[in-house]
Write a new protein. Structure first.
Length: 298
């Protein structure tokens, strides 16, 4: 964080090359630049920890997977999503916990695994212990989670796509990331990532999960929510300082929603001031944002 003399690093998470589209990454960077959120390292800005596209970091992920295999932290899994769904919906199953992997392949012998591999390439799963993981989130506060509640998770899919959980841990560790600020929807994934940090021998960063934007009924705003994308607001002639000021006020960083540039917030930025409550975007708020003459505080 620049308020602590840190660097802002932009990394493009395009590990699933079949679903990633270059034009979306370009649009995202254009939005960030428009808001005034320029990065110190990342695409287009030289740094010591590239490449800054996950699609170009496959060899680094495979190296860390080898480390996990050598320490007996991984096992091959031959189950399909349909198999896991069937287990979850069975009587006395795990439907109440979602698609929690029941550990079907965890104790396969080498012979059993070899027979299955004749018909199906496996994914790789992390062996999750029963431990309780506790940590202090910079916004959400004290957290405590039982690791096994989520089951053994995939670190590499059968099609060789690296999982988000592993990729971000490896990237943050190798890039020397000390503070991770991300949406509250990722808070539940933090225990798994802390397990990976420990297994790989890396020091985890400090986490802070920022509140999400929700609609009037409390539902999370999707990327496709009409009328609220930055490109739409930019096209309507809305000044970026107006958006930054309103968000900063809503988050608790400003006493009044006056227009402000990100650079002006550096001296006053303090995680302890940021509220953990979701930011509710009602029709009234949308009308306020789209009306430059409207007083945002009312």
């Amino acid at each position: 964080m620049r308020s602590m003399n840190g660097l802002y690093i932009l990394r493009i998470e395009d590990i699933d090359v079949q679903r990633s589209r270059q034009e979306l990454a370009v649009e995202m960077m254009r939005d960030l630049e428009w808001l005034g959120l320029d990065w110190d390292e990342g695409p287009g800005v030289a740094g010591d920890y590239g490449p800054y596209h996950q699609a170009a970091r496959q060899a680094l992920y495979e190296r860390e997977i080898t480390k996990l295999q050598e320490t007996n932290n991984l096992y091959p899994c031959y189950c399909s999503r349909a198999d896991i769904t069937a287990a979850a919906s069975a009587p006395h199953g795990i439907a109440s916990e979602g698609l929690r992997y029941p550990g079907t392949c965890r104790d396969l012998t080498r012979e059993e695994a070899a027979l299955r591999e004749l018909h199906k390439k496996p994914s790789l799963r992390m062996k999750v212990p029963e431990d309780i993981v506790s940590f202090v989130d910079g916004i959400a506060g004290e957290q405590s989670h039982r690791l096994s509640d989520g089951g053994d998770f995939v670190v590499r899919r059968a099609d060789d796509i690296i999982s988000y959980q592993l990729a971000v841990v490896v990237d943050d560790a190798l890039m020397g990331i000390t503070h991770v600020l991300r949406g509250a929807d990722l808070l539940d994934s933090t225990p798994r990532q802390l397990l990976l940090y420990h297994a790989l021998g890396y020091q985890p960063p400090q986490f802070a999960h920022t509140p999400l934007m929700v609609d009037a009924e409390g539902r999370r705003l999707a990327k496709r929510t009409r009328g609220l994308s930055l490109s739409f607001l930019r096209g309507q002639g809305i000044m970026p300082e107006r958006i930054i000021g309103w968000l900063s006020w809503t988050a608790g960083l400003l006493d009044y929603p006056e227009p402000v540039r990100p650079v002006d917030l550096i001296p006053v930025f303090d995680l302890s001031k940021v509220s953990s409550a979701p930011i509710k975007i009602t029709d009234h708020v949308k009308n306020q944002l789209l009306n430059p003459r409207c007083n945002l505080s009312k």
